[in-house]
Design a protein around this ligand. Sequence first.
Ligand code: PLP
Length: 429
Amino acid sequence: MKYYSLNNPTLKATFKEAAITGIAPDKGLYFPEIIHSLDKNFIQHVEEYTNEEIAYQVIKTFVGEEIPEKKLREIISGTLSFPFPLPEVENDIFALELFHGPTMAFKDVGARFMSRCLNYFTEGENKKITILVATSGDTGGAVANGFLGVENINVVILYPSGKVSDVQEKQLTTLGQNITALEVDGAFDDCQDMVKQAFMDKELSGINLTSANSINIARWLPQMFYYFFAYKELKKLGKPLVVSVPSGNFGNICAGLMAKRIGLPIAHFVASTNVNDTVPRYMGSQKYEPKPTVETLSNAMDVSNPSNFVRIMQLFNKEFKELDNAFTSYSFTDNETLTAIKKVYEEHNYLCDPHGAVGYLGLKKYMEKNPGYTGVFLETAHPVKFADSITNNLNIEVPVPEQIKAVLNGEKKAEKISNYEELKAFLKS
Ligand SMILES: *Cc1c(COP(=O)(O)O)cnc(C)c1O
């Protein structure tokens, strides 16, 4: 299977090359050259298949011949070794809980799939890869956990000192082995800038540096799986489905739109954002005008220039009308988010995290204007990851699951850095 750079369609790579390098040499995002639709019969009988079989059918044409069937099925079963519950929160509204993986955020699915693919590609090649990631919280933990102990792969994570939650910091800094955490004296944007600089630094070209954010196709595409799992459960209700996705870099919702493109009958998508609202404003004005990023309670979505939006435009052949028919986007403030957490907790005894709450708000807004749907919002993180802000603002205690207790007892190990030269020296050593 071939992928091309969205900056230049003649620049092509195989699935393997795209997974190893992350981004095209001209800095374009990779996009599949051909998108195969699933067999209609398969979709009509989807509830008769296991999650693993569904995932295999969904991803196989995107991978092509580059991973043999038996190996790909192993990668999938290793990736999906936790449940994806779909509780009904209120009438016609379901929460798709994506936080039952090892780091309790949805990024576990993509990170686990990607790490297993890279492991397969580097095995027997004696090739070493260094994954360099900047994180505002969840990406780092999911990537670190997904790659822990994987041979031939080192992971270096940059995070802003004092700006991630306690749970998130422990998840980054207590693993050891092939995982190194660098605590950066600065903000998330500083971490991101250093990572970008490292990718462009010719003096580091001897190291195989790659990224593990949703730009990487091996992390982006497996996110299609859980939209199928939700559809499989809700199909019997017989109403059209609308799915609201709390969005930051728009990788998750872009995977949902790709799932629809290959045949999954989801009638409508809502991209719900915090006040970093470049896309909701774009949908109103057709002008794409990012503003400086604002810090919010749903900090994994504090992104003002979402990288995957170009992929979404490509999926709709850059036809605004088509995009507008299938996709709505709303933004919400922190105050609205906290009010929603409180209301859903008091009225329905369900505790959302701030990201899920933004998704819930977008779903409600759409369904109020457009009756007759079954609605799903994605719950992308366990509330314990944002326990401080929930408890401090709303006085609601968040129960701590066992896997988090274990992490909190671990010993933090991180190296402090404050500028690019220090990062470079570390990577060369
Ligand atoms: C990363 C993340 C998001 C945003 O996902 P995108 O694919 O970047 O849009 C939402 N919620 C949580 C908890 C996240 O970690």
